[in-house]
Design a protein around this ligand. Structure first.
Ligand SMILES: Nc1nc2c(ncn2[C@@H]2O[C@H](COP(=O)(O)OP(=O)(O)OP(=O)(O)O)[C@@H](O)[C@H]2O)c(=O)[nH]1
Ligand SMILES: [Mg+2]
Length: 241
């Protein structure tokens, strides 16, 4: 159930994930250092956003996300094994970077290992006055072309760690994907269990089943047959036990 967060250098991954983890850590004065390597964030999903959670079951649900630094872009694909959620962060205020971000996103989504992966595209830094609006940003990312050519489901969210816009949608996405992954795992496990049960009963065969002859009864049948043959032949056969 691995979830990774990628995006170009300085696009706002660390800021976004820190704010999702702890709302009081990020404000207008916060600056973060470029991630050289990876960061792990354990994010608690607020109870009121978890669907199907009743009052008696107040256990907190977490999502663990691995951020991989933008400077590691050539190495991102080394982390793609067993990944079923990808958060892709794009800086809407960086005109020079946005087209390049689209190309990078395309190269990720085309990876054969990620054909069943769920994607969340976060258009971040929405608090800045000189940002691109949603439609302009999507145009620059060539989103229409990308959606035509690739089959994965891509959810798009506009967000800002400073104003906390879009955070509910991100938490809800994390919760649905987490729930679906658990349901899928349970289904696969019950299928495997039922398969192993049927194969076990096939391996046992008729000797182990109540209705068939037992080993003891087969031996006594054999002895009776020998005694009958001895009577018929009128001679003693050598019996080896
Ligand atoms: N105003 C504003 N600034 C932001 C926002 N998100 C990030 N920043 C700024 O952008 C800088 C880079 O953000 P990071 O979160 O470090 O970017 P990153 O994607 O983790 O970068 P790498 O680790 O190098 O890949 C931060 O120091 C912030 O100053 C945002 O939503 N609004
Ligand atoms: Mg970072």
């Amino acid at each position: 159930m691995a979830c990774i967060c990628v995006g170009p250098k300085g696009s706002g991954k660390t800021h976004l994930l820190s704010a999702l983890k702890n709302e009081s850590t990020i404000d207008i004065t916060t600056h973060s250092v470029s991630t050289v390597g990876t960061n792990i964030f354990k994010i608690a999903i607020p109870n009121y956003l978890i669907s199907g959670l009743n009052q008696s079951n107040k256990k907190e649900k977490y999502s663990t996300i691995l951020e991989i630094g933008g400077c590691m872009a050539p190495l991102w694909r080394k982390y793609f094994n067993n990944v079923n959620k990808i958060i892709y962060v794009v800086d809407t205020s960086n005109l020079c970077q946005i087209s390049c971000a689209g190309v990078l996103l395309y190269s990720i989504m085309a990876d054969p290992r990620l054909q069943k992966t769920k994607f969340l595209l976060v258009l971040t830094k929405m608090d800045l006055a000189y940002r691109q609006m949603r439609n302009e940003a999507l145009l620059m990312l060539q989103m229409a072309k990308l959606k035509k050519q690739l089959k994965q489901n891509l959810v798009i969210v506009e967000a800002s760690p400073i104003t906390r816009d879009g955070f509910e949608d991100i938490y809800k996405w994390l919760d649905t994907v987490r729930r679906k992954a658990i349901e899928g795992y349970k289904e696969r496990k019950s299928e495997e269990d039922s398969k192993s049960k049927t194969s076990e009963s096939n391996v046992k065969g008729p000797l182990h089943q109540g209705s068939g002859p037992t080993i003891d009864s087969s031996i006594s049948d054999l002895e009776k047959l020998c005694q009958e043959r001895e009577k018929q032949d009128g001679c003693n056969r050598v019996r080896i036990r």
